[in-house]
Design a protein around this ligand. Sequence first.
Ligand SMILES: NC(=O)N[C@@H](CC(=O)O)C(=O)O
Ligand SMILES: [Zn+2]
Ligand SMILES: [Zn+2]
Length: 347
Amino acid sequence: MITSMTLRRPDDWHLHLRDGEMLAAVAAYSSHFGRAMIMPNLVPPVVTGAQAAAYRDRILAALPEKVTLRPLMTLYLTEDTDPSDLVAAHRDGIITAVKLYPAGATTNSASGVQDFDKVRPVLEAMAEAGIPLCTHGEVTDPAVDIFDREAVFIDRVLDPIRRATPGLRVVMEHITTSDGVDYVSSQSDMGATITTHHLVINRNHILVGGIRPHYYCLPVAKRESHRLALRRAATSGDTRFFLGTDSAPHPDRAKESACGCAGCFTAPNTMSILAKVFEEDGALDRLEGFTSLNGPAFYGLPANEDMIRLVKRETPATYPTHIPAGDETVTVFDPGFPLYWHVEDPA
Ligand SMILES: NC(=O)N[C@@H](CC(=O)O)C(=O)O
Ligand SMILES: [Zn+2]
Ligand SMILES: [Zn+2]
C-alpha cells in the first residue's frame, strides 16, 4: 500500500481569488500551488490589459512573503473587447488566457457575451496570436433545463465556435457531465478542467435531506453517472484533463440565503481530497499528471521544478471549517469523509 508520494508542485488552472478583504483572506490557502489561472469575474470585471496587470499586483501584494504562487491572469471577454489590447496584453506577458462567460450564466457574468457573432473578430485574433480561450460552458436560454445547460452549450456554442475559428485553443472549464468528457475526448486540440468538488459530490448531495448551499456551484453537480464519468476522465491519464479547482469563496451570508450564490471554496483541502479520490480509484500514479503535468503541457508551459509530498497518516489532516474574511466568514468545502492524506510542502 502506498502511504507517501512525491509529485511535481501542482497548478490550479481555474481559481477565484476575488479582491480586497476576501483576496487577503483566501490567497494564502492556494499556497501549495505553483501557478493559478486567476478568473476575471470581479465587480467590475477585468476587461483590459491594464486592469489585469493592476489585479495581478494586488494579488502579489496579498500573498504572504514566503508563498511562491504565481498568478496567471485572464481577461474577461465582452462584446466590446478590443482585440488589439488583448493581443498586446498577451504579447507583454500580462495575460495567459481569455475567459468567455455567456451573459448571465454564473456569478458576476452580467457583462458576458450574448451575441457570439460580435466576438468573432476577437476569437480570430486570439487564434492567430495563440491565446487560449477558457469557457464557462453553459447556455443561459431559460427554456433549457439547468441540468442540460452544459450539453446544450457544446452543440449550440462550443462546437460552432471551434469550427468557425480553426486553430483557436479552447478549454472547457469545470466540466460536469459525461457529454463534456465525451466531447473533449473526441477532440485532438482541446483541454478541460475538472474541479475537486465535482469528483466528490453529485446532485443528491445538494438536495437530499435539505438544501446544502455550500455544495451549490455552477455548473451545478449532476447525477451520479456523470460524477463517475468525471472520475474516469480525471484518473484516466488522458492529458486533455487537468485540475482547475474553481475554488470560489463567497461570504456565508451570501450562500446561506433565500437566493444563495454559486461557488465552493475548496482551496484549503483540495490536494488531500484529490489524493483520496485517486487512491480510491487505484490511480495514485496518475495524480501528478492531473494536477501537475497535463495543464502546463496544454498551455505550452514547463511543469513546476519543485515538488510537494503527500503522506497518508493514521490521523486525519485538519482544516478549518470556516475562515474569517473581514467581517464575514467563508465555509470550507466539506467532502464528507476524513482526509488522511497530508500535504507536506518543503517550501
Ligand atoms: N463556479 C461557481 O459556482 N462560481 C464561480 C463562477 C464560475 O466559475 O462559474 C464564482 O465566481 O463564484
Ligand atoms: Zn464558471
Ligand atoms: Zn469559476
